[in-house]
Design a protein around this ligand. Structure first.
Ligand SMILES: Cc1cc2nc3c(=O)[nH]c(=O)nc-3n(C[C@H](O)[C@H](O)[C@H](O)COP(=O)(O)OP(=O)(O)OC[C@H]3O[C@@H](n4cnc5c(N)ncnc54)[C@H](O)[C@@H]3O)c2cc1C
Length: 308
């Protein structure tokens, strides 16, 4: 049995492992796909403090090495459920087995909804981005498209209009789902062109992205936009449903927690993009990881003190 099982080895889970190991707790880190999480998709990270600009893979490698040097146990497997036992321990079930721990930190991150078009995966990180705040600065003076009709898409278009020379805002309906006051902000952006009732069809380019084809749903006409980047803002998908009996999820499936990353279960903590929060970035994921691990260690210290 481990003191703490951490589910997900993105920046949040890895940082939690560092803090928990340094507090002397045994840790099992379970990751289903890629150690490093979402950021491995990024070829260029410039906004992580204390680090020179580098690729997401490079950044992850440093973090994973730090965790391994501190002696965390790791397992590549997908967690499919958690059961709370009568003796206050937890059984964490995976596709290939099960593990027990006295506390659990959930750091499962999220997936950005894809457009589902030709060449999309090939251009992620090479022109396709899911984060205007992360990648907008790479498109200074260039032409970009934003896809979506909610608050995030409209806010991204407004944000990018201050950096890019031209922004196409592509939305499948003829009006936005975003709140009225957010949409009103578009009127001050001369360089934003609305491409409404239109759906993405394909992206193309030699090496990096240079074209984005959209189809007008009403006329069936296709239009090729000459763009350097496409920002996709059509939703985020957390995968927390396997934990819904143990903890509280918000209406979008993110995990509700307090500022100390505590959930309604005193021995279950949550860190990073998978929790309800306003800013989903490397720094906030790392900060959550540290906070959640400290809260988990304090919980274990209290339990140990009571057992004496
Ligand atoms: C292309 C791209 C570029 C980005 N660029 C930047 C940037 O420049 N600057 C910045 O600050 N942020 C950037 N971000 C955002 C940043 O990557 C995220 O905010 C950060 O990775 C969140 O960390 P996390 O640990 O919470 O989640 P994630 O990174 O999503 O990690 C969660 C991990 O949990 C694993 N997992 C999920 N479910 C299970 C399960 N059931 N069992 C086991 N494992 C599971 C996943 O496989 C994943 O590895 C970028 C994101 C993307 C996609």
């Amino acid at each position: 049995m481990h003191d703490i099982i951490i589910i997900g080895a993105g920046p949040a889970g890895l940082t939690a492992a560092i803090y928990a190991r340094r507090a002397g707790r045994s840790v099992l880190l379970i990751e289903k796909e890629t150690f490093g999480g979402q950021i491995v998709l990024s070829p260029h990270v410039e906004n992580y403090p204390f680090a020179r600009p580098m690729s997401g893979t490079e950044l992850s490698d440093i973090l994973v090495e730090q965790v391994m040097n501190l002696g965390a146990d790791v397992e590549v497997d997908k967690v499919i459920g958690i059961t709370e036992n009568r003796d206050k321990t937890f059984t964490v079930k995976t596709e290939y087995g099960e593990h027990t721990a006295r506390a659990v930190i959930i750091a499962t991150g999220l997936k950005h909804r894809r457009m589902g078009i030709e060449n999309e995966e090939k251009f992620i990180g090479r022109g396709i981005s899911f984060c205007a705040v992360c990648d907008g600065a790479f498109f200074k003076g260039k032409t970009v498209a934003v896809v979506g009709g909610g608050n995030t898409a409209v806010q991204d278009a407004i944000y990018l209009s201050k950096l890019a020379s031209k922004v196409y805002l592509v939305h499948r309906r003829d009006e936005f789902r975003a709140e009225k006051h957010v949409v009103a902000g578009l009127s001050a952006c001369d360089n934003v062109e609305l491409v409404l009732s239109s759906i993405p069809k394909a992206v193309g380019g030699e090496g990096s992205l240079s074209s984005f084809t959209v189809e007008n749903k009403l006329t069936g006409e296709t239009r090729e936009l000459n763009v350097d980047g496409v920002f996709v803002a059509i939703g985020q998908e957390p995968s927390n449903s396997a934990f819904s009996e143990l903890i509280e999820l918000d209406e979008s499936g993110f995990i509700a927690a307090d500022e100390s990353c505590r959930t309604r279960n005193p021995a279950v903590f949550v860190a990073g993009d998978c929790r309800t929060k306003a800013v989903r970035q490397l720094v906030t994921a790392g900060a959550d990881g540290g906070v959640a691990a400290i809260a988990a260690c304090e919980y274990l210290d209290r339990e140990d003190a009571m057992a004496v």
